[in-house]
Design a protein around this ligand. Sequence first.
Ligand SMILES: Cc1ncc(COP(=O)(O)O)c(C=O)c1O
Length: 400
Amino acid sequence: MTYDVAAVRAHFPALEEGAAHFDGPGGAQVPGLVADAVAGTLRAAVSNRGIRSAAERRADDIVTGARRAVADLLAGEPGGVVFGRSMTQLTYDMARALAKEWRPGDEVVVTTLDHDANIRPWVHAAEPRGVTVRRAGFDPASGELEVEAVAGLLTGRTRLVAVTAASNLLGTRPDIPAIAERVHAAGALLYVDGVHLTPHSLVDAGRFGADFYVCSPYKFLGPHLGVLAADPALLRTIHPDKLLASADAVPERFELGTLPYELLAGTTAAVDFLARLVPGKGSRRERLAVSMAALERHERAMLERLEAGLAGIAGVTFHGSPRRDRTPTTLFSLDRVAPADAYRLLAERGVNAPAGHFYALECSRGLGLGDAGAIRAGIAPYTDESDVDRLVEGVREIAG
Ligand SMILES: Cc1ncc(COP(=O)(O)O)c(C=O)c1O
């Protein structure tokens, strides 16, 4: 199915401001339909969830609708979809809840490829309980995290492994199903950060073998919040701190306070938008499969054009040379321009390609880029050839 990028772009009011956006890995621009869903919810009568008034029922429908939408996106179960303010908040909360059962001498494994939001919450939960944190290292030359790097750290005391499904710095994608097999054979749980992968690829969290899969709607054309998906049966075994009066049911027991109904409505609209990127038939999940496959082909073509253009410019160094599949994200430096200056000079040309470590701090340091990091260009559903050419031209000008 052909991907009509001009038709997709027409849905994004923000693009009318004229910038070429390569900052999607930090947060995507949003289709008008998503903004309308958020505003429409704020304009409508909405109370707390309930069954008596129309306003209560609307709130309830919004929540159950958003759980169904996310379950379709991730091939999960609606009853295992937890909403929170961000992936970071959900991960801190889950780490604290799981750590209640950890004992001194237990172990958790994190990776140096990960965003800090999938490292620090586990370190902070582990340290006060005498739980050892082991770090699986990635290969700085390729940017790959090998299965053995994780598997080699597993012991009979490993309680949990936290690993990314895709590096937000390099785009490399660890082999999660293979890691899951080893983690489960060791009797541990697998917590997968899907924030950077979910916008670019059809996810099947179950097939991945993820016990927990977290992502953030604002990276996949939705509003700012976070999502955690897990088997409801697993969630029922976990008891987070919660208010005495609040629901003890799953998934509600993990959702502290009142949910942001307008953002949930926006999340459903974002999933529906993704399912309609190209025309298709069938269930929303089936349409998502067709749409995400078309999106992947489009984004791959844009990435290839970008990397070919940048490769022809003297003084451009790419970081990592991934052998396997990766997301359409590329990280590069310029020999004669500091990352922060390149970022500013590109922004002055209307090209938004930020530089930094993007909170993948251990990854940036492991690559030898320190805390300054490098320039990251991420392809998004609305990226077209003219955007790519503007970035390449901008880099050519400032590199010279
Ligand atoms: C790979 C990855 N994980 C986690 C996060 C944190 O997500 P949130 O802002 O929802 O806490 C980000 C944000 O950039 C990310 O890119």
